[in-house]
Write a protein that binds this ligand. Structure first.
Ligand SMILES: NC(=O)c1ccc[n+]([C@@H]2O[C@H](COP(=O)([O-])OP(=O)(O)OC[C@H]3O[C@@H](n4cnc5c(N)ncnc54)[C@H](O)[C@@H]3O)[C@@H](O)[C@H]2O)c1
Length: 428
């Protein structure tokens, strides 16, 4: 009977930063994988054996695509052949900073239309506790099928850290929470094919909340050091030295580092999913909201720092040439979603600064209507202030600190790379 067959074919819906590496991992583990993606440009890239996600490079994809082990399409009907379907669709915020599940719901409706008996459906997208049970389950039940008899449902949050070579899908433990014990067991078996450790919790809500705890934990701790960085700046204390000193404590402390604000699809977005949900339980998650406020204010602090650094040189921000170094939201990735660099560029422009950026991984920045400028000596000589926003390994800094009269280093990159801090360089 189909319901008792082990998983041979997996469908992955949404082939972005989460879905594409996942589909690749399943295919490399020997499963047949069908990937459903809505963006024609991404389908075309994949069919040309090209990749747009660092964690699933073309060299790994090519043999899987050529052998047919991994197939890509925009047609949800292929999911009729799958024994398990994993949903990796985006869960953004709307303009009121509230959860927008419209993409997820429409994707799930298409999954439901193609649902066959015995299939395990798993949601990986980050979302508020209750989504799997209250939003997805009814959509699947509308097909007339019954949970635990005709289909299985679980939540298994993605924990990918794009660009991280040490922790991958294989060696990052996977949390799963099924709607029933059998749903959980099936999800454990599926993830056991690609992850060394699978950790089961008693229901989807615990798994959904665990993911939000992980991300709000980061957001709150980053906010704490950001606040401390501003205070240290006023007190004339080097916050980086403080963090290094505190980090020598072998227990009860974990280092987080200040920066220009939060970026990416997760840390700036996910806490709002929890805050929104908490409101329906008459609870205001003040801690989380305070952290978000501090993190959101960081680009303003950065621009104030640039302005005062220029002021010390008797230059107004208005009319000065400011070069932003690194515009993706974290080092060594090309993802610019929610990147604080965008806000910094915008605020600088509003103050009349003449802005440019350099990023070896981001040749074009349509959000700011700019292209990456070369770090030529002409460019560096006409720059009044350079700001290191994101420290890519491939970004050359030696000429920058040699030529540019003022460098603001938001990542402590200069000291880490060169072991000293020239007088022209200020850290956050
Ligand atoms: N990026 C991360 O580091 C990360 C980490 C952990 C969790 N997450 C969560 O995983 C989820 C996916 O994030 P992501 O970064 O992979 O997003 P993404 O935007 O990179 O990928 C989503 C993909 O889904 C496709 N898509 C949109 N609508 C579709 C539809 N109706 N049918 C098929 N495909 C469709 C998009 O074209 C895109 O390729 C989010 O909930 C996110 O919060 C992301």
């Amino acid at each position: 009977m189909r319901a008792h067959r082990s998983t041979q074919m997996v469908g992955v819906v949404g082939l972005g930063y989460v879905g594409l590496p996942l589909a690749t991992a399943f295919a490399e583990a020997g499963l047949d994988v069908v990937g459903v993606e809505a963006d024609p440009a991404k389908i075309a890239a994949l069919n040309a054996q090209d990749s747009y996600v660092e964690d699933a490079p073309a060299a790994r994809l090519a043999p899987l695509l050529s052998s047919g082990r991994l197939k890509i399409t925009d047609d949800y009907a292929v999911l009729r052949e799958a024994e398990a379907i994993v949903i990796c669709l985006p869960t953004p915020l709307n303009e009121h900073r509230e959860p927008d599940l419209s993409i997820l719901v429409s994707g799930m409706e298409s999954v439901a239309k193609n649902l066959q008996d015995g299939v395990l459906v798993i949601l990986e997208s980050t979302t508020f506790p209750g989504t799997t049970r209250e939003v997805l389950l009814p959509l699947l039940e509308q097909t007339g099928r019954r949970l635990g008899r005709d289909f299985y449902l679980a939540f298994a949050p993605e924990r990918v850290d794009p660009g991280n070579r040490r922790y991958t899908i294989r060696n990052t433990p996977r949390v799963v929470g099924g709607m029933t014990p059998e749903c959980t067991e099936r999800a454990e078996r599926l993830y056991g094919t690609i992850a060394e450790e699978v950790y089961a919790v008693s229901d989807p809500e615990s798994a959904e909340m665990a993911k939000l705890l992980e991300n709000t934990f980061r957001g709150i701790n980053i906010a704490l050091v950001n606040e401390l960085a501003i205070l240290c700046d006023r007190m004339g204390i080097d916050v980086w030295e403080v963090i290094d000193a505190a980090s020598t404590k072998p227990f009860g402390f974990m280092p987080f580092y200040p920066g220009p604000g939060l970026g990416g699809h997760c840390i700036p977005v996910d806490p709002f999913y929890l805050t929104w949900r908490a409101r329906s339980f008459d609870m205001a998650t003040e801690f989380i909201e305070l952290a978000a406020r501090i993190n959101v204010s960081m680009p303003y602090h950065v621009v104030a720092r640039i302005s005062s650094a220029l002021n010390a040189e008797k230059k107004p921000l208005n009319g000065s040439r400011v070069l932003v170094l690194g515009v993706s939201y974290k080092p060594n990735v090309e993802d610019t979603r929610e990147s604080p660099a965008l806000m910094i560029l915008d605020l600088l422009r509003q103050s009349g600064a003449n802005v440019a950026y350099h990023d070896p991984l981001v040749p074009e920045l349509p959000e700011a209507k700019l292209s990456s400028t070369e770090l030529s000596s002409f460019e560096l000589r006409r720059t009044d202030c350079a700001v290191i926003v994101t420290d890519h390994d491939a970004m050359e800094l030696s000429e920058v600190i040699e030529i540019v009269p003022k460098v603001i280093d938001l990542r402590n990159a200069v000291r880490r790379r060169f072991g000293t801090l020239p007088e022209t360089v200020e850290v956050l």
